[in-house]
Design a protein around this ligand. Structure first.
Ligand code: AMP
Ligand code: GLY
Length: 420
């Protein structure tokens, strides 16, 4: 079979490496892929949001199956477009991807179906939002309705900062139309857990839990990033928490989407917070997380392609999904200055013996050499019997990889170890 993966980051590299374990797959194309993915798939210069280009490539090249990994093409209806041409896909249609594409939609869904989440108000008028902030409890959380490259959530610890966020999102249109509406919600506290799940719209199968590290600096300081490292499993996700999540969040969400006529097929990502009043949903994503995927998929024992096709065909209930009873840690090596401003074009050297543990996110090929081309450059994943050993092994590999201006956090997994 000929498979096409849409996207070009570390997450897509992890998906492609796992798909390659399936003997039925003869060829994998990545659109657009990147300089590191090129070692595992044929990269094609078609952007992940160029839906016309993607559909044309799929038809011209007799693609048998497509995996649409990033949020933008999913929300834009990439799966709908490919299905119209008879190409089966892994990923939700646009009417289900809205669970990530619109925070107003997801908050209203949770309210309607009694799924625990932070209390909130929706505004489509900046003046009303500003007036509300005169008396709202502080800290408060301001969220742009639509996709905003992971920057649409502002946690404000003063009224002034909250109001400045409203003005920048709704009046200055920092995120364009994504800021036509906003959600202002209650600030919650507690450890966070990411749970990716497979769902075919009927059943939901959670994958092994994980913990992201979103802030740029050690000790959770500095700006929010796409994620600076992950560990799996997440020690806060105990058997009791897992059961609570299944009963109060996972199953009710799948049923709610079905009842709304928006069955969700693909990977549904639950961003959760364990508060003193129980587990609450912080956000839904309509896709695999990045860099959660770089610790979750290496621990998957079952065949990924078999599971993906079962999701597409509505046969997930008959398909085994098993994980290794081990720990994984992924440290992200970034360009110094990320997420604000950074230089690119530096040569990367990775010892051959560890290259299968490295997921390439932001690198290009230049004269046959791998060079940095993005903020997050590499994800380095180790698997071990204990969390500590996985973290140590990951940092050992990081120390063997070189490029100028490399930056990484030194405390990935520290909080998880304290929790253990
Ligand atoms: P998101 O971009 O939706 O992933 O949100 C980014 C981060 O903001 C989350 O991972 C949380 O750490 C934080 N966050 C979002 N909503 C809340 C909330 N209601 N209370 C506290 N923190 C939040
Ligand atoms: N790592 C968080 C995300 O993928 O949204």
């Amino acid at each position: 079979m000929v498979v096409m993966v849409i996207g070009g980051g570390g997450r897509e590299h992890a998906i492609i490496k796992k798909l390659k374990e399936n003997q039925d797959i003869e060829k994998i194309y990545a659109l657009p892929g990147n300089g590191g993915i090129a070692a595992d798939a044929e990269c094609v210069a078609v952007g992940a949001t160029d839906l016309d280009g993607i559909v044309k490539f799929a038809v011209d090249n007799a693609i048998d199956y497509a995996v649409v990994a990033p949020d933008d093409p999913l929300v834009m209806g990439c799966v709908d477009r490919l299905e119209e041409k008879g190409i089966p896909c892994f990923g939700p249609r646009a009417n289900a991807a809205i669970i990530e594409g619109s925070k107003v939609f997801s908050k209203n869904l949770m309210k309607k179906y009694g799924i625990p989440t932070a209390a909130y108000e929706v505004f489509d008028d900046a003046e009303k939002a500003l007036a509300y902030l005169d008396t709202a409890p502080i800290p408060t959380v301001i969220k742009a309705d639509g996709l905003a490259l992971g920057k649409g959530v502002i946690i404000a610890d003063t009224r002034e900062k909250a109001k400045a966020a409203v003005i920048s999102i709704m009046q200055d249109k920092q995120f364009g139309k994504s800021g036509d509406q906003i959600v202002i919600e209650e600030f919650l506290e507690g450890p966070e857990v990411s749970v990716l799940s497979f769902t075919d719209g009927e059943v939901v199968v959670p994958m092994i839990s994980s913990m992201d590290h979103k802030r740029a600096g050690d000790g959770d300081t500095g700006l929010n990033t796409g994620g600076m490292g992950t560990v799996a499993p997440n020690p806060y996700y105990t058997a009791a928490v897992a059961e609570e999540c299944m009963n109060n969040i996972f199953l009710p969400t799948i049923k709610a989407m079905k009842a709304e006529g928006r069955p969700f097929k693909g990977c549904l990502y639950f961003g959760l917070m364990i508060t003193k009043d129980g587990v609450k949903v912080i956000e839904y994503n309509c896709r695999f997380g990045d860099p959660e995927t770089q610790v979750v998929l290496p621990l998957l024992k079952s065949d990924l392609f078999t599971i993906m096709r079962a999701v597409t065909d509505g046969r997930l209930s008959e398909t085994p999904v098993e994980f290794e009873d081990k720990n994984a840690a992924c440290v992200i090596m970034a360009s110094e200055g990320y997420p604000v401003k950074y230089e690119k074009g530096y040569e990367i050297t990775i010892p051959a013996e560890i290259s299968d543990k490295v997921f390439v996110a932001g690198a290009a090929l230049k004269d046959g050499k791998l060079v940095t081309s993005g903020g997050r450059v590499l994800g380095v994943t180790a698997i071990a019997d204990s969390l500590k050993d996985a973290i140590d092994a990951s940092y050992e590999m990081v120390n063997e990889i070189h490029f100028d201006n490399a930056y990484w956090r030194h405390d990935i997994g520290k909080r998880a170890m304290e929790a253990e």
